[in-house]
Design a protein around this ligand. Structure first.
Ligand SMILES: Nc1ncnc2c1ncn2[C@@H]1O[C@H](COP(=O)(O)OP(=O)(O)OP(=O)(O)O)[C@@H](O)[C@H]1O
Ligand SMILES: [Mg+2]
Length: 484
């Protein structure tokens, strides 16, 4: 039988539809973020606890008595309250607001875990990534929504970000229908994803391929002159009205709409036609940024993605950050182009510590300015138009405030927020709303989820299922010494 935890009762005496104040029965407790419900007009209207204070009127002499050690706690004088926001009621699989005031003295109930699960879980096929705190009800995310919008996973050091990415990867491999192919590319800068469970799961799902740095990708692409121009501009960070951009454009205009090869040779050939030696030599000097030496040969990343459930780009052996950034840029750019032009191609891109790939301030990130000037536009393009073009980003970061702004705000449709540093809280608030402050209290493995992949737009406190351990866990300094 359902049991009430309290009743709607407002201390001001006014009753609204969106804000609901509850007085709890004696010995009942509710926690911040918890979902409760009332029954009005035959509808089950859900509420979410925002704050849960105890009220006890303070008398003028209380302070003095307390100072002198003359008072004891008298629980009879205490009233436990909960101030809630309305979440809404369910109708045909969507959540609707109840637009009339929630009347005084309605009884307030706590849903059974099963009822909570039904209320939050979308009707579309979903994957389970954790539990709805503090129940054992699963937190399920709509798969279709997730791959159409992408995901941002942020939190301070050691809070569980990589574990969450792993859980999501495992869920994609193991929980999706058998006849549903999955294609993921993990850009792994420090080898965190060398996880045996993940490798096994990917093999079962359709194939696992790991490439180790140094790696090169074939770039034999035919693109329009206009696209050629845009790419060069993007890679070199040229403004449209710069001399270089205008001269290059003039040469490309002569090609009309004829498709041309996107490679080093074509580039060098084109710039040799520029009638300004200074511009020509400047563009020639930068050829390595666009086409790293020998980049003509190498892997066909499109093929690898299509032939495998998981392509793992492991950069733990990379010489330096420029290599990581420029190689990742190639892989992303090739996949983006393929996803746009080939109706059967698409890939989920997973990047951990994404502030190293799309930094807000390129001077404070590990690769060179030149490398970022060519990478950041690609990341922005992916963040803004990737999901709609079948190439969504699933990214994690420890430093939300250091992620390029377009990237972080575009990724805000599905967010997991673990505990973050105060400096990152501001950015999180901008994306998530005031509720973000609640994450300051979360222990490891606990995150606030807010997004379109569940039925409600209110946040959900969740405990992430740990399905595998990130590879770095046993690579800390003290363990290394112990082994030595
Ligand atoms: N949901 C969870 N349940 C249990 N343990 C967890 C959970 N999430 C993380 N942990 C543990 O916490 C530690 C740190 O996890 P993880 O490496 O995922 O955090 P991170 O935020 O990626 O850290 P870093 O900032 O070092 O990248 C690991 O030992 C991991 O096993
Ligand atoms: Mg990590």
């Amino acid at each position: 039988m359902k049991k009430a935890v309290g009743r709607v009762l407002s201390s001001s005496g006014e009753y609204h539809w969106d804000r609901v104040e509850i007085t709890l029965y004696k010995n009942e407790r509710v926690y911040r973020g918890e979902y409760l419900y009332v029954e009005v007009d035959g509808k089950r209207v859900f509420l979410q606890v925002e704050i849960n204070p105890i009220k006890r009127p303070t008398s003028s002499y209380d302070e003095k008595l307390t100072r002198d050690g003359l008072v004891n706690r008298d629980e009879e004088r205490e009233v436990w309250k909960a101030s809630c926001w309305q979440v809404g009621y369910e109708e045909d699989g969507t959540i609707q607001p109840y637009l009339f005031p929630i009347p005084p003295l309605c009884e307030v109930y706590r849903p059974e875990p099963r009822e909570l699960e039904n209320f939050l879980t979308p009707l579309e096929p979903s994957i389970t990534v954790g539990r709805i705190y503090p129940t054992d009800a699963p937190l399920k995310l709509g798969l279709k929504t997730l791959v159409r919008q992408g995901l941002l996973d942020c939190g301070g050091e050691g809070t569980g970000k990589t574990t969450l990415l792993l859980t999501i990867l495992m869920a994609l491999m193991e929980q999706t229908p058998r006849d549903q192919p999955i294609h993921v590319m993990v850009i792994d800068w420090d080898g965190e994803f060398n996880v045996p469970e993940l490798v096994d799961a990917a093999k079962k799902k359709g194939g696992y391929l790991r490439l180790e740095a140094p790696m090169r990708f074939k770039k034999e692409l035919k693109i329009t002159p206009k696209e050629f121009y845009e790419r060069v501009r993007r890679y070199l960070g040229l403004a449209p009205n710069s001399r270089e951009a205008r001269k290059l454009n003039a040469v490309l205009m002569r090609m009309r709409d004829q498709a041309i090869d996107w490679n080093r040779e074509t580039y060098l050939n084109l710039i040799s036609q520029i009638d300004d030696p200074a511009v020509e030599s400047k563009l020639r000097e930068q050829v390595d940024i666009i086409f790293p030496p020998q980049s003509e040969e190498g892997w066909d990343i499109r093929e690898l993605v299509q032939e495998n459930a998981l392509v793992h780009l492991d950069f733990s052996n990379a010489e330096n950050w420029d290599e990581i950034i420029l190689t990742s840029r190639d892989a992303l750019d090739i996949c983006y182009h393929e996803a746009r032009t080939n109706p059967r191609f698409g890939v989920i891109v997973v990047i951990d510590e994404v502030h190293n790939f799309a930094p807000q301030n390129i001077y404070e990130a590990p690769a060179s300015k030149e490398a970022y000037e060519s990478m950041v536009p690609v990341m922005k393009l992916l963040a803004t138009t990737g999901p709609r073009n079948k190439i969504p980003l699933f990214v994690a970061t420890q430093r939300l405030s250091e992620v390029e702004k377009v990237v972080s705000t575009q990724m805000g449709q599905n967010i997991f927020a673990f505990r973050v540093e105060d400096i990152d809280l501001e950015r999180l608030r901008g994306i998530m709303g005031d509720i973000a402050s609640a994450v300051r209290m979360l222990p490891r493995g606990h995150a606030l989820f807010k997004g379109h992949a569940v039925k409600v737009r209110t946040p959900i406190i969740s405990v992430i299922d740990k399905l595998a351990e990130p590879a770095s866990v046993h690579k800390d300094l003290l363990s290394a010494w112990r082994r030595g």
